[in-house]
Write a protein that binds this ligand. Structure first.
Ligand code: PEP
Ligand code: MN
Length: 339
């Protein structure tokens, strides 16, 4: 940490700041210039808040120099994290991984048809919500346990891995036998109790960015899961809320290369929630791969016009197939591949 004192700061204020730094466990190195004093705190105390130092009397500004997310930071594993699944699928390698399917599991027929279609298009994972976080309590809430059972059944039938959203701690145990990967949704990115519990399971987790979360907040949420010992974690950019209302969210494509630089964790793009309008989903999917995404999470429905949730952003099956073909070309340009 660096603390820059105000030009007029007196010795009393300087000593007070030094005492507080020492109390927290920093080794303090003082540089007294002609007008300004600078205090460099070396060490990494467990608990300190930069905001506290900015507010101390006589302080001009204070900066963190080490990252607040130790386990999520790129330095922790410079070569990058690879997550291996039992059928040989690897996330975080050269291959760009595709997860696709409807927003919600609606019936056996709907999810089985979806699974066959996404498999044919080239996906490795089937997505589908069994427990749905809906903005309105009157909207379809998901099929629950029956939905989990259907996901497992059609996953096994088609050879697809399955990913579904976990909304609360009590669902973790329930879901474990049926799924291959947990999805933490945007609305739960800062449900810290849920994140802590997911740190204790030994099953991969895809953590989505919150609708108003900064990149640092995403990484700190990741830290909750990693610090529990679960290193099989990936992040997902799914659009953030801005002043723009034409699109459902504003897909922050720049978050993809930024996260790839800051963390060793694989990074996904979700162009469906990212833009919210079917017509623009392919462009955002291609942009995500061009930006370095390790995978995509996309909504496709056999009959989007009749979907029980997110039909407007769900691709038609033929559109997904056409998109994946284009994505292969984009992946090749950036040194990746899509099988
Ligand atoms: C979803 O994937 O269907 C979903 C609810 O996503 P998000 O949490 O990003 O809104
Ligand atoms: Mn959805």
């Amino acid at each position: 940490m660096i603390v820059v004192m105000q030009d007029a700061a007196g010795e009393k204020h300087i000593q007070h700041v030094i005492e507080r730094m020492v109390e927290l466990g920093f080794n303090v190195h003082r540089t007294t210039g002609e007008t300004q004093t600078i205090l460099a705190g070396v060490g990494s105390p467990d608990h300190f808040e930069i905001a506290e130092f900015k507010m101390l009397s006589g302080v001009h500004d204070a900066y963190r120099i080490s990252s607040p997310y130790k386990l999520a930071g790129r330095n922790f594993r410079p070569e990058g994290t690879r997550i291996r699944f039992q059928n040989g699928v690897v996330i975080g390698g050269e291959q760009v991984i595709l997860m696709a399917g409807p927003c919600s599991v609606e019936s056996r027929e709907q999810i089985l048809t979806s699974a066959k279609q996404v498999k044919a298009a080239g996906a490795q994972f089937l997505r589908g919500g069994a427990f749905k976080p809906r903005s309105s309590p009157y909207s379809f809430q998901g099929m629950g346990l029956d939905g989990l059972k259907l996901l497992q059944e059609v996953g096994q039938q088609t050879g697809l891995l399955v990913i579904t959203e976990v909304m609360e701690i009590s669902q973790i145990e329930l879901m474990l036998p049926y799924i291959d990967c947990f999805q933490v949704g945007a609305r739960n990115m800062q449900n810290f109790n849920l994140l802590r519990e997911l740190g204790h399971v030994r099953k991969p987790v895809l953590l989505k960015r919150g609708i108003a979360a900064t990149i640092e907040e995403v990484l700190l949420s990741a830290e909750y899961i990693l610090s529990g010992g679960n290193y099989e974690l990936m992040l997902c950019e799914r659009g953030v809320r801005t002043f723009e209302t034409y699109t459902r969210n504003t897909m922050d494509i720049s978050a993809i290369p930024v996260l790839k630089k800051l963390t060793h964790l694989p990074v996904f793009g979700d162009p469906s929630h990212g833009v919210g309008i079917r017509e623009f989903v392919p462009a955002m999917a291609m942009a995500s791969v061009a930006a370095g995404a390790d995978g995509l999470l996309m909504e496709m429905h056999p009959n989007p016009d009749k979907a029980m949730s997110d039909g407007a952003q769900s691709l038609y099956p033929a559109q997904l197939t056409e998109l994946v073909n284009k994505l292969r070309g984009i992946a090749a340009v950036v040194g990746r591949s899509i099988v």
